[in-house]
Write a protein that binds this ligand. Structure first.
Ligand code: FEO
Length: 396
């Protein structure tokens, strides 16, 4: 994939990683891209780099536009190594006049690459630098999603280079949002938000308000992953909705099972939900990746989690999911715990405890079934599904 013009004088010079399938616990079924942007002005500026292993492709893409040695400044919006991995080789080759970053960015770069001699230029939030005909304004976005993170806004071009924010793990030969299938794009954008940004929803909400408060016109949002938004309002509105935990009446039933008893309970709960005309998603954690299930939480109002008891605990897949979910701090959920057991039966209480620690409001003490559920047990599960559904409708 070669370079692409984003706007006059602004080029995408990133790389497509078709084969990435895992990103620290996140399943990236459609691969990803690492976007870097080259701006030609009196100063030639590169915004972000790529993973180290793609260094040569980055260089080739830049070389199609300009001799890389003509780069004056390199802006590091975010230090995570999918964007800074190629930086040491690039700095060595280019010998830039400035490596521009936030204060936290400088600290993190030194701790990553141990090069205090790089020509760091620390910028503060709101600070502007002139590139010649155009200016770039920087906005720190601490903890979105690292302490060093910042956005770069090209004032005259009305282009926001947004690092991870508004990104998607979506490998495609197309570069713009209006060139790809919208359903896939929004699915990947939602999955990205759920798995990376959900814990910082409050900060996302404030960032959108801050950008709107400044009255900055934004014609293009150029993130560091996936396609570039030529229709930024679509992703801004989606982020507004996701960050405010605006939900639909939907119940997520998540479980793992040993001999299908907990599965029978899960399906009976789901049946009860559907009997009430409420949307339901069912996920067996042995078959569905945690990061896909988490994406369903973005707009679900309720979650039922089930596990049989194994060695006085829950099944490993359920423990994994609970731990992952807890870290992502979903908001405003009601919940239910369920599961089968043979003799000791701790799983339901463990799930309840975990859900309570996530401030999920439990609708019931939880349902346990000894060995294999009877018709009567399954009826109770269906009834609990109906209660979940009616409470979800009541929250609408
Ligand atoms: Fe795409 Fe936080 O790195």
């Amino acid at each position: 994939m070669s370079s692409v013009m984003v706007k006059e004088g602004i080029y995408w010079v990133g790389v497509v990683d078709w084969n990435l399938r895992e990103f620290h616990g996140y399943s990236t079924l459609r691969g990803t891209t690492y976007n870097a942007y080259l701006v030609l002005d009196e100063k030639v500026v590169l915004f972000d780099t790529v993973k180290e292993e793609f260094w040569e492709q980055l260089l080739a893409n830049i070389s199609k536009i300009i001799d890389p040695k003509r780069i004056d400044w390199i802006v590091v919006n975010h230090v995570e190594m999918d964007h800074s991995g190629a930086l040491p080789k690039l700095v060595e080759l280019v010998k830039p006049e400035k490596v521009i970053c936030s204060e936290k960015g400088k600290e993190a770069l030194i701790k990553h690459f141990h090069r205090e001699d790089w020509p760091f230029h620390v910028v503060k939030s709101g600070e502007e630098l002139s590139l010649g005909k155009r200016r770039v304004r920087f906005f720190e976005t601490r903890m979105l999603h690292w302490p060093d993170s910042m956005l770069s806004y090209l004032v005259e071009d009305k282009v926001l280079i947004s690092q991870d924010a508004f990104g998607q793990h979506y490998a495609t030969s197309k570069r713009f949002d209006d060139e790809v299938e919208e359903a896939y794009l929004m699915e990947e954008a939602a999955k990205y938000f759920a798995n990376i940004l959900m814990p910082y929803s409050g900060l996302v909400k404030r960032l959108i308000e801050q950008l709107e408060g400044l009255g900055l016109p934004i014609e293009i949002i150029a993130p560091d992953h996936g396609v570039i938004w030529r229709n930024p309002i679509k992703i801004i509105e989606a982020y507004r909705k996701w960050s405010q935990a605006k939900k639909v009446p939907k119940v997520l039933v998540v479980y793992d099972t040993m001999w299908h008893s907990t599965e029978k309970m899960a399906l009976a709960i789901a049946q009860g939900v559907m009997d009430e005309g409420v949307e339901c998603k069912v996920a067996n954690l042995r078959l569905s990746h945690r990061s896909e299930v988490i994406a369903e939480i973005l707009d679900a109002k309720a979650i039922a989690i089930g596990s049989p008891t194994l060695n006085n605990g829950v099944l490993p897949s359920v423990a994994d999911f609970l731990s992952y979910m807890k870290g992502l701090r979903p908001n405003d959920l009601i919940g239910l715990a369920f599961g089968s057991y043979g003799w000791s039966g701790e799983s339901v209480d463990i799930i309840k405890r975990e859900l309570q620690s996530m401030k999920v409001q439990l609708i019931h003490e939880g349902i346990k079934v000894n060995f294999v559920p009877s018709e009567e047990d399954l009826k109770k599960c269906r009834e609990l599904g109906k209660v979940l559904a009616s409470q979800v409708k009541g929250l609408t």
